[in-house]
Design a protein around this ligand. Structure first.
Ligand SMILES: *Cc1c(COP(=O)(O)O)cnc(C)c1O
Length: 468
């Protein structure tokens, strides 16, 4: 163990050096050919190598080539810097190395607390057992939609797990064009069929048009189909829009649909000053997907599925063979009865550490700071004659575009800008299409991003555009 003790101290130093120096290095840089050969072309060593050598290799060949999301000027997609408390305890979780499928050990018990804390932070109802940690929101969405599917089948007097879906009226789900791809993937994986996922139109602020939702449900009912679920977004990736959740909840209630909310990125936005009215109705959902590895900064990966009726999820997933029966499992049973994973990593420790380190006020401060940055960038964009704001800011995402000075094609220009900005290494942003137009979007999640960084971002976009 002396080798581990020594190498462990060195690993801690390497980790601290890395995190301390993040801001001084390029946000991102391409992996050079020589390093790519090292990363992809190694042969498995015949004899094992000492720990110290492995650390040296990691320091030389791995840590210098990050994705970029630790840097305060990383504004791409929805990827946060790791919270230091979460980083700190990762080796402890690995040292313990439990399977948190269930049982009487620290991991599953701590997971109960963490899930309760997450529900409490966003004001979601939390009956005992009302949620579980997952690899991310994609898996949380599979859990929630599979639960919705089985509940709808049971309500109609049949069992989707037993029979499969063939010969039954198509189950239809409703989501806007701004809804995340994971909703579509989950629907496809569950055998619902991509063609049975309806695209509900959005209003000028990219929020679900609820009158159109009603009309589509009526039409599907008239056609003999089985509308079963509507999925609203609490913070879309494109613009951070929050659907009118309260109105959607009314529709779901009147038609007996499952109401799922994708709050993977944005659910925590409810904590920001003045934001609560946008989230009215969130607590009426049947299920909520929320990613601790997004805004909270819990090291990847950690998602969470929250369920109003945990028994419905258990009905959709529980399958306990004799070799897994646990006489001590208690009323709630094992976590593995509520989702597809059997062996489950100890995600609760890094989430507990991150939440405990921030405290409720720290989470709110982070959300206020980053939503403030998004609003400030929007104001700068509106003041600048060479930029245009493309969507109102509700969370911590600003969607905008650069206007070419020469009257050229803004679509072509804005499509090319993200990669050109990334290559310069001083900022990182990504693009999308919004309302049929090429858009730039900056997402703010880093506690150390400053207003000066926003000035740098706009300058970097101008310089990159000029070079194009
Ligand atoms: C990230 C994200 C997802 C997918 O979650 P993963 O954690 O990547 O599986 C779904 N919806 C939204 C809004 C997201 O930001």
């Amino acid at each position: 163990m002396d080798e581990l003790r020594l190498a462990g101290a060195k690993a801690a130093a390497i980790m601290a050096d890395h995190l301390e120096g993040v801001g001084e290095r390029p946000v991102w840089r391409p992996v050079p050919d020589g390093e790519l050969a090292w990363l992809t072309g190694q042969e498995l060593p015949e004899t094992g190598r000492p720990l110290d050598e492995l650390l040296e290799d990691a320091r030389a060949h791995v840590l210098p080539y990050p994705m970029g999301n630790g840097h305060p000027r990383f504004f791409g997609w929805v990827n946060s810097p790791p919270n230091p408390a979460g980083v700190l305890v990762e080796p402890l979780a690995a040292a313990l190395n439990p399977s948190c499928a269930g049982g009487d050990h620290a991991g599953p018990h701590l997971e109960r607390t963490v899930v309760r804390w997450l529900a409490g932070l966003v004001g979601f109802p939390h009956p005992p057992g009302g949620g579980l940690l997952t690899s991310g929101a994609s898996m949380a969405t599979v859990i929630c939609l599979a639960t919705a599917r089985q509940r709808a089948a049971l309500a109609d007097g049949w069992d989707a797990r037993e029979e499969g879906l063939s010969g039954r009226p198509a189950m239809v789900m409703y989501v806007t064009e701004e809804g995340h791809s994971c909703l579509h993937k989950a629907a496809q994986l569950l055998g619902l069929g991509a063609r049975n996922v309806r695209t509900v139109p959005v209003d000028g602020a990219y929020r679900m048009d609820v009158a159109a939702l009603r009309a589509m449900i009526d039409e599907d009912l008239a056609a003999g189909l089985r509308p079963f679920c509507v999925a609203g977004s609490a913070g879309t990736v494109n613009s951070g829009a929050v659907d009118p959740l309260d109105e959607i909840a009314d529709v779901a209630a009147s038609y007996g649909l499952w109401f799922h909310v994708d709050g993977a990125y944005g659910a925590l936005g409810v904590l920001a000053d003045g934001a609560a009215p946008h989230y009215a109705g969130l607590a009426r959902a049947d299920s909520l997907a929320l990613d601790p590895h997004k805004w909270l900064g819990v090291p990847v990966g950690c998602g969470c599925a929250l369920l109003r009726d945990p028994a419905a999820a258990r009905a959709a997933f529980s399958l306990v063979p004799s070799y897994l029966v646990d006489e001590n499992a208690g009323d709630l049973g094992w976590f593995s009865e509520y989702g597809p994973e059997q062996t489950r990593p100890f995600r609760a420790l890094k989430t507990w550490a991150t939440l405990s380190h921030l405290g409720r006020s720290g989470v709110k401060r982070l959300v206020d700071h980053t939503t403030g940055l998004a609003r400030t960038l929007a104001a700068m964009v509106e003041r600048a004659p060479d930029f245009e704001l493309l969507a109102p800011v509700t969370t911590s995402i600003t969607a905008f575009r650069h206007l070419p000075g020469d009257g050229g094609d803004p679509d072509a220009l804005n499509q090319a800008i993200p990669v050109a900005v990334q290559a310069r290494g001083n900022a990182f942003l990504t693009g999308t299409r919004l309302g049929g137009r090429a858009a730039l979007r900056a997402c703010f999640l880093h506690p150390d991003t400053t207003e000066q960084d926003l000035v740098v971002l706009l300058d970097e976009i101008r310089l990159a555009a000029k070079a194009l």
